[in-house]
Design a protein around this ligand. Sequence first.
Ligand SMILES: Nc1nc2c(c(=O)[nH]1)N[C@H]1C(S)=C(S)[C@@H](COP(=O)(O)O)O[C@H]1N2
Ligand SMILES: [Mo]
Length: 554
Amino acid sequence: MHARTGLKAVLRRIPLLIAGLLAGAIAAVVMTLAMAAGRYWLGIMPPVEAVPDRIAPMLDIGTFFSLFGEYGGYNGLKKFGITTGLRAVLGVGLVMGIIYVLIIESGWSRRSRRWLFGASTPALVFMIIAVLTVWIGLVIFLWPVLPANYRGLPYSQARIVTIAALFVWVALFALTLMLVYRAITARIARNITDTKTETDAEPAERPVSRMLPRRAFVAGVGGAALTYPIYRLLQTMYNDATFFYDGSVYSGEDIEPIAPTDRFYTVTKNVVDPDVNQDLWRLEIGGHVDNGFSLSFDDFQQFEQVDQETTLMCISNRIGAGLFSNANWRGIRLRDVLESAGIKEGAYEVVLTGADAYRDTFPIDKALEETTLLVYEINGEPLPRVHGYPVRALVPGMYGEKNVKWITRIDVATEDVQGFYEQQGWGPNFMPYTRSDIFRPRTVLRGGTFSFRQEVASGTPVDLRGRAFAGDRGIRAVEVSTDDGASWEPAEIYYPGTDLTWSLWRYPWTPEEPGEYIVTSRAVDGNGEPQTTEVRGIVPQGASGYHKVTLTVI
Ligand SMILES: Nc1nc2c(c(=O)[nH]1)N[C@H]1C(S)=C(S)[C@@H](COP(=O)(O)O)O[C@H]1N2
Ligand SMILES: [Mo]
């Protein structure tokens, strides 16, 4: 008899645990929806994006790349990060649901007073402590990325807004859990505790397990109804995404001196890039300066306007690859902006931050060079979103990563601060090695070696073309070899560009005999330094070595 009532008591609790799980899951879904809405409409960075962004710079390059391999590139890794985050939110929801049941259904709790949403004193205290712990924990852990705001809210406001949003999201989770749990269990609880109540229309002995479904059904339908908008929002965010580490390259045999804007290569750490509202946006200048201030987009017109052609190249651009483009930019000098703030004695470097909380740094001397700009136009058009609308840094002579997009803040620092990728171990030198490569005729990369896509009949003229680049040192000359470096002939530079750009070269050549020819090129930079033969991979300071392409002549 005793054993049977004991078993019954346990069985009676099972619906409560299910109710707890359901409440936790629904609360997680509601919170996720609120995060997605906050992200989408207000540009607030949710933890599912903030946590991976906080962790990524802490990985060393080796781990970073092995994760690329495991998850299908940077793109795959970003998606994995987000998916894991969403799963973790659901997991935490379920665990919190169970803990909540165990607390609220304990004997101690049942004897206590009821407060908000039917929560007992211990249940409410637990929830308050849980909310504060999670919130404060997130604020501390995510501190460096909290100034992110994808709508371009000014840096100093963005951090406060993110902190407030984190509280709202976590508190919303707790309230939803409490509310949903109560809604589901009101009847069960009554049934368990007041089995003798005459006012209850339901027969007292009716099994609890048969009463749960109606409430659970309503809650379940409610939860399911929410999954669709969430799914749609996440899908929109995904489709919106501009990422693709090696996807958006400028390559092909039709490379032009100035890349068409929509073909200019792109690299971003983001799953979804900032979509900055220009009216909201401000550029703040601070740190080790006499008078910090902030500039609106219109304020840019008060400075001298500069037009400058400059080539950008990612540190991850392998020899012969296309994370590499040249364009005409318009903007103002960083120097002019810094000088109106007044740089104090002891300035060491500048720290640039974007609306995505991406950060990079370069020496104060580089910041004061007259070619280091804050640009707002590319090829005569406003910067497109993917290239940093409304304003990005343009730092000739240094790898792409220093050219911070969607820039919202510049700090003058007195000591070394490390940027997003530098923290992983890239650098410490961020000046590209002199390089040259061949883009015409069309080349293909197979098993680590390049060859021309099409064979050529002997006696047919070949219009060999390529690029040469030396950061901000310019290109003085290019030579071509068609016998794997045994002999060299000068190439014609048909587009010299400037010291800050690539040069394009051509070498008309007619192979007379059938066979395999290894074609390669070498450049001399503007200082007279020849391109190095030393083969380096992109880690840790960018690639070097000759681009060798095999031509089959039949
Ligand atoms: N805010 C921000 N700026 C950024 C990045 C980023 O992820 N966020 N990526 C950097 C890297 S690694 C490169 S190579 C260049 C690419 O600029 P582009 O996409 O306009 O070609 O932007 C740099 N600036
Ligand atoms: Mo890059």
